[in-house]
Design a protein. Structure first.
Length: 590
């Protein structure tokens, strides 16, 4: 069992570049190729497509673009493919892939994982009083989709049955990797440390190039963006693995890049909850093991909880977003007044027609820093800015009127108004509703060669116990005479979303600087710096293995996802805002 299994991460979302899979097949020397396509709201988009055409409802690019270009070589070399491209119709995805294989004359065994769709359970769950995980709201009257995040066991079983390609619907992003590793190394269902390590391996590569220099704080150090390498992990039976990329590709793999991705959207690193294992990443160690190679070890695991997380979606009215460019002196103030005028005029028109008022509105002046940096903005006096007005309303007709009243600003109000472009179109407001369902109510299945295999998933686990205190690095409080520098000079950071919460991972550039960060990046100070964005509490978690702090900023994204009217609904810019925070350092600190 001292062999190495190589897995390539070819896609981070539906819409990722088409170069990933061919690059990994040509130069990655991989045993497995894994794809992640399903952002939380992608399922509702796929459900709408299936409603119009029963043969759709899956990520069509996976078949018609990606597999079409690599299928022959994948089959010839025995590379096994695992993808959640099935969306809400994995069997249709499999049929399309098998038709492509027949067209190319490639024999192919395709397995389909089903069981994640829990719509049939909704009436029962409604009677039980199921509540949304973050808001505590009750189930909406009508759901568009309701899919449980399945784990790695169905994928493992499909591979064991001989599948060359495994297509799933909704599963946790890291499961496509963990399932391959459980099959390759024969890991037991209760081998918690290895399952945690395999889940971390999957987490690192689930966002594609974010593991190879994408979104890196020190972006200027990342070479050759057009040819950035997609990630490859070299995995060992003990759970340790090396992150790398194909030779000759661009990008960067070092401990800072991997640390940023490790903390990405994990919440409490002591209790990263997955269906197969509860992960504790606080003791993970990263080691530069050569050029473009980082060794990862030290993940620990606990038994999982008794439930699956379900991501449901529902329609909540309509939304529309219009933009104008304002040029010249006082551009930001002119843009703000223009946005206010558009809303005032359309509100009056609504009242004349006896329509309801807007559900929500938001004006953002992009380029002035005010929308994201708030009181910390330094460039309010810009000479060009983009006005963005986003609105929600129960009626599509009202937002069609709103859309018509944007372009008239070009001749009515501010000098230097331009860039109207085409008239924006109202779109359904699709919102997420997350809740838990007992694993015993969900039965995953594997469909292969006309047979249906029931997947045995352990159920009835005890709730996950709360974590104990993580050994923390003692803080160093600054002296009043110490000079101040922006946080970016002391740390790397990356941010993302967890529903309506923002997750910001901060890693000290040197281990000895962590006490300074801990003394000044308290939850209270971070909340104060981000007070214009964060509406509730900030929680801080220590990650001493990589000399880092992870912050969970609650109620920070204006609803998050499609519920948000912000230009940054997923909180991708929040780490950049935090990196501008002044931090005191001792004289001669470098």
């Amino acid at each position: 069992m001292d062999r190495t299994v190589r897995i390539g991460g070819a896609s981070g979302f539906w819409g990722d570049s088409s170069v990933g899979a061919p690059q990994l097949v040509a130069g990655g020397d991989v045993d497995y190729l894994v794809f992640d396509y399903l952002a939380e709201l992608t399922m509702s988009i796929l459900a709408a497509a299936r409603g119009k055409d029963p043969s759709l409802g899956y990520a069509t690019d996976f078949v018609q673009v990606t597999m079409k270009s690599i299928l022959g070589e994948v089959a010839r070399r025995g590379i096994r493919v695992i993808s959640n491209a099935g969306g809400v119709n994995p069997q249709a995805c499999a049929r399309a892939l098998q038709a492509l294989a027949a067209e190319q004359g490639v024999p192919l065994k395709v397995a389909v994982v089903t069981g994640d769709d829990v719509q049939v359970l909704v009436p029962r769950l409604r009677e039980q009083g199921v509540r949304e995980l973050q808001s505590g709201a009750t189930l909406p009257e009508r759901l568009l989709t309701a899919n449980a995040y399945l784990g790695a066991l169905p994928i493992r079983d499909a591979l064991a049955a001989g599948a060359q390609v495994v297509i799933t619907g909704r599963c946790v992003d890291s499961a496509v990797t963990l399932g391959a590793l459980m099959h390759a190394f024969g890991w037991r269902e209760d081998d918690w440390d290895r399952l945690a390590s395999g889940s971390l391996a999957g987490h690192v590569i689930e966002c594609g190039c974010q593991a190879t220099g994408g979104l890196h704080t020190d972006w200027e150090q990342v070479p050759d963006w057009p040819h950035i390498g997609y990630p490859v992990i070299e995995c060992h039976a003990d759970g340790s693995f090396v992150v790398t990329k194909p030779n000759g590709t661009g990008g960067l793999v070092n401990t800072a890049v991997v640390a940023e991705q490790m903390l990405y959207e994990i919440g409490d690193p002591r209790r990263y909850l997955l269906p197969d294992v509860t992960c504790d990443f606080t003791g993970v160690r990263l080691e530069q093991a050569g050029e473009q190679r980082v060794r990862v070890s030290g993940a620990r695991g606990l038994p999982p909880g008794p439930d699956y997380k379900v991501s449901a979606t529902f329609m909540d009215g309509w939304r529309c977003t219009g933009q104008l460019t304002i040029v010249g002196f006082d551009a930001a103030r002119k843009a703000q007044r223009t946005g206010e005028a558009i809303l005032a005029r359309t509100r009056e028109l609504f009242a004349q027609r006896r329509w309801l008022p807007y559900t929500r509105t938001r004006i953002e002046v992009l380029g002035s820093e005010l929308a994201n940096y708030g009181p910390h903005a330094r460039t309010q006096d810009v000479r060009e800015a983009v006005l963005q007005v986003a609105v929600m309303h129960p009626q599509k007709e009202a937002l069609e009127l709103f859309a018509r009243e944007i372009a008239p600003a070009g001749t009515s109000w501010s000098p230097g108004t331009t860039g109207a472009g085409g008239r924006p179109s109202p779109a359904p407001t699709i919102r997420q509703f997350a809740f838990l369902v007992d694993k015993g109510l969900v039965q995953p299945q594997v469909h292969l060669d006309g047979e249906v295999l029931e997947v045995r998933v352990p159920t009835g686990q005890a709730p996950v116990p709360p974590p104990g205190a993580t050994p923390a690095v003692d803080p160093v409080l600054p002296h009043p005479d110490w000079p101040q520098v922006p946080l970016v000079q002391l740390a790397w950071a990356r941010s993302g979303d967890k529903g309506n919460h923002s997750n910001i991972g901060v890693i000290a550039r040197r281990p000895e600087w962590l006490p300074w960060l801990r003394g000044q990046l308290t939850p209270e100070q971070v909340k104060e710096w981000l007070a214009h964005l964060v509406q509730d509490e900030v929680w801080r978690y220590d990650v001493p293995g990589i000399h880092a702090l992870n912050f969970l900023c609650t109620e920070a994204l204006d609803g998050g996802g499609m519920a948000s009217l912000r230009n940054d609904p997923l909180g991708k810019g929040m780490a950049q805002i935090l990196l501008a925070m002044p931090v005191a350092v001792p004289p001669g600190w470098r």
